[in-house]
Design a protein around this ligand. Structure first.
Ligand code: IMP
Length: 427
């Protein structure tokens, strides 16, 4: 029973990449279970900065086997680019990357439809990453999607592609009055992808179940975050998959009894990209300071992230819906020099107090955060390697998060490098 699920506990961009890289040094297998190339996991390894969108971060350790599960939507061109980038940097992926035959493929029309829906549809803007994620999951649920396994049979692939392209062309011309898709070109392109992807295709449910029985150490790597979850998040301002812990099981085809622990990743403050409610947002100078000190710009789209105070209502909610055992707190160093610090403990809307997160945008929009103030610290904390080397006020800030969320803090990240990490009470 050596499976750990790692989830983002806010609106994504919690710094999961750094934590996954840290933990996967001791792992045999790292598996991605949902999302697609909308993720942007930034990792500093061997003195270089890598941004991985689709490949599990474990790819940066030569001993780690990487798995992409059925819950992921795979953009083959993004995948091939990423494999090539890593190979150029000296990381050999061959023989240690497996992709589920059941994973769905992102097609060029998904990216086009994603863009069109954001630019031209009368529906509310989500602020998507434009990577075709929503339209690909729409096809999956509508049972018209194209899966990796379809690449293996060219007749099936051609027939499915023809039907899909015919339908999408109708939508593109009649609703969006825009360019038509070139059927032959897309078919040719995907037949070529097949040659490149074929060596990696596997029944990953069987592979992982065998590995669990052999006692291998397995890390399940979530992308995005709890509040972007299609069910648990701030719908409709969410992504189209399940980044929460339950998604790890369905997305990889394994049962719940193998899970030993759930690690939730929380940034020491809060950020969000895209539209939607964000109760502790700081629109003024302090928000800009957090963005600049924390380099809060989207790793996938470069968009500036909205920044705000730490929200313990969110932390409590994430602890509950994911069953979090331990927090990994990231970017604590970004708070150095801010005094006092504020932490949101509840919300109120003039009529009632909310201790539990109301995951409904129109209620959230009417909520005002209720803050408690804590004294900050001014010492540079990036050199700390032990809990007791942190200033007392930093320790108290973390203790306050523990107290409000009911979950202990096990890992503290105090800078981008691998060794800028404090491990505390880590089982
Ligand atoms: P989509 O996943 O591209 O459809 O975007 C839906 C929402 O999720 C938008 O608000 C995006 O900004 C947000 N989102 C998607 N992926 C990430 C991520 O990796 N980090 C943070 N936000 C994300």
């Amino acid at each position: 029973m050596s499976v750990t699920i790692l989830v983002g506990a806010q609106w994504g961009d919690e710094g999961k990449g750094k934590v996954v890289h840290f933990l996967s040094r001791d792992a045999d297998i790292v598996a991605r279970y949902q999302g697609g190339a909308n993720a942007g996991h930034t990792v500093v390894a061997n003195g270089c900065t890598f941004v991985l969108h689709l490949l599990p971060v474990g790819a940066l350790w030569p001993h780690v086997i990487c798995v992409i599960g059925a819950g992921v939507v795979v953009d083959p061109s993004a995948l091939i680019d990423e494999i090539e980038q890593l190979e150029k940097a000296g990381f050999d992926i061959s023989g240690r990357l497996f992709i589920s035959h059941q994973a769905h493929l992102i097609m060029p029309y998904h990216k086009l439809l994603d863009r069109m829906a954001e630019e031209k549809s009368p529906r509310e803007k989500i602020g998507t990453t434009g990577r075709g994620i929503g339209p690909a999951y729409v096809d999956k649920v509508a049972r018209t999607g194209i899966r990796i396994v379809d690449l293996l049979n060219h007749d099936i692939l051609r027939a499915k592609l023809r039907r899909n392209i015919e339908e999408k062309n109708l939508v593109l011309s009649r609703i969006y009055e825009t360019e038509q898709l070139d059927e032959d070109q897309i078919i040719q392109e995907y037949l070529e992808f097949d040659k490149r992807i074929d060596p990696y295709v596997k029944d990953v449910s069987v592979f992982l179940t065998d590995a669990i029985q052999e006692g291998k150490k397995i890390l399940l790597e979530g992308a995005q975050g709890t509040l972007l979850d299609i069910d648990a998040g701030t719908y409709p301002f969410v992504t189209s998959s399940n980044p929460t812990a339950g998604g790890a099981l369905t997305g990889l085809g394994i049962g719940p009894r193998c899970v030993e622990q759930v690690v939730g990743v929380l940034k020491a403050y809060t950020t969000r990209v895209g539209h939607g409610p964000f109760p502790t947002e700081l629109p003024g100078e302090l928000g800009v300071r957090l963005r600049e000190t924390g380099t809060e710009y989207g790793a996938t789209t470069g968009r500036p992230r909205r920044c705000g105070w730490f929200d313990a209502v969110v932390a409590r909610y994430s602890a509950r819906v994911n069953g979090v055992d331990t927090w990994a707190i990231t970017k604590l160093d970004v708070l150095t020099g801010i005094d006092p610090l504020k932490v949101c403990v509840t919300y109120e809307d003039g009529r009632r107090t909310y201790r539990n997160f109301p995951a409904v945008p129109h209620i959230l929009e009417g909520c005002r955060p209720v803050y408690e103030e804590l004294p900050g610290w001014s010492e540079n904390i990036q050199g700390a390697r032990r809990w007791d080397a942190l200033p007392l006020n930093a320790q108290n800030y973390l203790r306050f998060i523990e107290e409000l969320s009911g979950v202990p803090v096990g890992i503290i990240s105090i800078g981008p490098d691998h060794d800028m990490t404090i491990v505390r009470d880590w089982g």
